[in-house]
Design a protein around this ligand. Sequence first.
Ligand code: GDP
Ligand code: MG
Length: 443
Amino acid sequence: MFEGLSDRLGGVLDKLRKRGALKESDVKEAMREVRVALLEADVALPVVKTFITNATERAVGQDVLRSVTPGQMVVKIVHDELKNMLGEGEDINLASTPPVPILMVGLQGSGKTTSSAKIALHLTKKRNKKVLLASLDIYRPAAQQQLKVLADDNGLGVLPIVLGEKPVSIAKRAMDTGRKEGYDAVILDTAGRLHIDMELMSEVAQVRDAVNPVETLLVTDAMTGQDSVNVAKEFAEKVGITGIVLTRVDGDARGGAALSMRQITGCPIKMIGVGEKIDEMEAFHPDRIANRILGMGDVVSLVEKAAETIKAEDAEKMAKKLRKGQFDLNDLLAQLKQLQKMGDLSGIMGMLPGMGALKKQMSQTKLDPKLLTHQEAIILSMTPKERENPALIKASRKKRIAAGCGLTVQDVNKLLKQYQTMSTMIKKMGKMGKKGLFGGMPK
Ligand code: GDP
Ligand code: MG
């Protein structure tokens, strides 16, 4: 196993026993370790740099959750940024008049032929499509035969081989056959070279111009690491690609190529190959690859759990106040903030039995974001005393508050009325609570 990033960061950050926001100096030190981890995972250098900048920006100033260490917190932030930069996976695009041409490009040995058959099987089985395979690889002995055998063994359609035919005319014949025989998609498996060369590029470009593919998928080997960057750049510039197929993600590959490919081409990762067998292809899941890149598993779920716990603790605090019938404008402000964050109060309210009425009341006030911002602004224009004791707020104070937040006295009145309604309801419930209605509530 690889040394997990959390182990490395343990040494750097867990000395920090102080809680609170992550400081820039600490984050910078931690990011040196992250950098090493990414380079070891074979992420290309320029991509590592971009990543570190983004992740640092995200981390500095973030509060460390109470029940995790600063090191774990940074790992979680790094993981989230990684997921963010990896983007979501996407399925093959077939949104065009059938037969939809799909062009497979890449270096020799990257896994084009295997992936062509894998994608044909995927489209057949998962999406119920009729797919025709065609090999344009006239250079490698038996390359066309290789695809035909794969197709025949798996009951997939394949274009009959005509000896001596050139790639462009094979491609055109494949499209003709696709049209005549009612195929949904035609997958064109091209030849590769060991290295990029102009001849290869111009041949692929000719095929592209002949069939106008909806998808041009760059097949790259996850194991080749740093080299794959140049290959991707070249194909993206000279041929133009729409998606990435990453192969050999089953081996020791740390998955760094996924991040490099995504960043350098800007194209989504469409499929990943996880074995030699034809059914060993999967959809792309950014969090799995992120785990692989960072060489870890548990930390992220740990931090997620901590976040949940804290949410529950906050809810519990609120529940206590509510039970006592206390509810001032500070509480309302906290709720408004929560509302903005979650878009819904059901998370907290859901933990409090008997809160149905309040929940309904709250949900009536939702969820015009502008309204929430206004309400927040009004409370923020009040003095702390006024927030604790809203009864103080008489006409002159209302005027001052309205002026302070750039709204009208009417707006202030509306907010106070809403507060009154909620407060009354909560007091009622508090009283009922003493009679034991909330016997089952958490203490
Ligand atoms: P092409 O030259 O680009 O057409 O590459 P091939 O499809 O012929 O694949 C080259 C070799 O890589 C073959 O032995 C395949 O079985 C193997 N291969 C392709 N994809 C994968 C994969 O996802 N995992 C593993 N382990 N091997 C693969
Ligand atoms: Mg091949």
